[in-house]
Design a protein around this ligand. Structure first.
Ligand code: CA
Length: 406
């Protein structure tokens, strides 16, 4: 129920937000399943399952109890830990019991999945040899793991959590080509504002001059974004550019509003083209993206298509900058996804179905400009949204440069 958000406990609020965030994988066929009526729970049809804790780390031979929470079509939830079927992507790394108790056996990563009535949710679990989770020295950066997904979501929108040495490592090693139109420009404008806010450590330019991060802003002739002038033009433009610029080792493209009206097939085309490019240019890291929020909520086509992209990236070990997820939470972790937020950060505060408030403006007004947030241009949105996009972008660059994200 939406009333949950009025609960006194911030912890329960955060957990619920996390649960909804982590929910995934409700199959599209579910809507057309004649048996769907049989899966009605306390709040209607089971629409997704959230598995927590999310993205956890564990030492060898240690155990961890996972919890599955079902999210129903009306937004209510129910604990399903004992009801779901638990599975692991790699028994040799992590095994899991029928009740969700995981045991670590070998160093590596495994995906833990809970399934019920054709709906599933999953989370990543890392097993390390020791309990030391601190950042490793940057002298010999690990190559970006090719065996697990790198998901840059709202939890990555924290500039203070990205170690300075990895900011420097990214600036010294990456050459990024980024294609976008207005919404995607939030990352660039946010990054530019961050230099004024936090200093030259975060500097970037098209040549890498002055030890800055080398980032080429909209360098691709022949395409504007992932949907303009067509849903496929960007792929050819990428090839043309990479063939002429072999120094580029990161490619990122953003959507404008095309995910809102995209079909499942359209998104499959996008994913397939990205995957093909990865095969053709193995030295280049390709960053996937979700489409920006459009106010249609968790039931809308946008959310379904974004979930399609997320699911693909999770299961295929891709790099995802989750544009929509980043603009679904305020900096305190408050979730707005079930209140029909749009790209301007407007949302429905009173449940009457129309947007009447703006979480970014509220947060900005409740905090100190120049200290807690910074002013910058933010196309279609508020400065805070571009702040968060920039923080997450630096997290992304650091991860690609070899930071383990912990
Ligand atoms: Ca309203």
């Amino acid at each position: 129920m939406i009333h949950l958000f009025h609960a006194q406990s911030l912890k329960s609020l955060t957990l619920l937000a996390l649960a909804v965030l982590l929910s995934s994988c409700s199959s599209d066929s579910h809507d057309h399943d004649p048996q769907a009526e049989s899966s009605t729970g306390p709040g209607g049809v089971l629409s997704s399952i959230a598995v927590t804790p999310g993205n956890s780390n564990i030492g060898m031979q240690q155990t961890r109890q996972f919890t599955a929470v079902g999210i129903y079509s009306n937004g209510s939830s129910e604990k399903l830990t004992e009801s779901v079927t638990w599975s692991t992507s790699d028994e040799n790394i992590v095994s899991i019991s029928e009740t969700g108790l995981a045991t670590a056996h070998a160093e590596g990563e495994a995906t833990i999945t809970a399934t019920m009535e054709g709906v599933s949710g999953s989370t990543l679990m890392r097993v390390s040899l020791s309990d030391d989770q601190g950042p490793s020295p940057p002298e010999n950066p690990d190559p970006l793991p090719g065996t697990s997904a790198v998901i840059i979501d709202h939890t990555a929108a924290n500039i203070d959590a990205v170690p300075a040495e990895w900011i420097e490592q990214a600036a010294g090693s990456l050459c990024i080509a980024y294609g976008h139109t207005s919404h995607g420009s939030q990352i660039i404008d946010g990054m530019a504002g961050l230099v004024d806010f936090r200093g030259s450590r975060y500097a970037f330019n098209a040549s890498g001059a002055g030890d800055a991060l080398e980032l080429r802003d909209t360098p691709f002739p022949g395409a504007n974004d992932l949907g303009s002038p067509s849903l496929t033009a960007w792929a050819g433009a990428t090839r043309t550019y990479l063939d002429a610029h072999p120094e580029v080792n990161v490619v990122m493209w953003s959507w404008c509003g095309q995910v809102s009206d995209a079909t499942e097939s359209d998104i499959n085309t996008y994913l397939s083209l990205m995957d093909t490019l990865e095969g053709e240019y193995p030295e280049v890291k390709f960053v996937y993206m979700t489409g920006h929020l459009d106010g249609t909520g968790l039931e809308g086509n946008l959310h379904r298509r974004n979930e399609q992209i997320r699911q693909y990236c999770r299961t295929r070990a891709k790099i995802l900058y989750d544009f929509a997820d980043i603009e679904t939470y305020d900096p305190d972790g408050v979730f707005y996804g079930d209140r029909y937020p749009d790209d301007a950060c407007a949302y429905d505060s009173d449940g009457d179905g129309s947007r009447d408030a703006n979480w970014a403006i509220q947060w900005q007004n409740a905090h100190v400009e120049g200290q807690d947030w910074y002013d910058c241009y933010s196309a279609h949105s508020q400065p805070l949204n571009a702040n968060l996009k920039a923080y997450a972008a630096w997290w992304l660059w650091a991860r690609i440069a070899g930071w383990n994200g912990r």
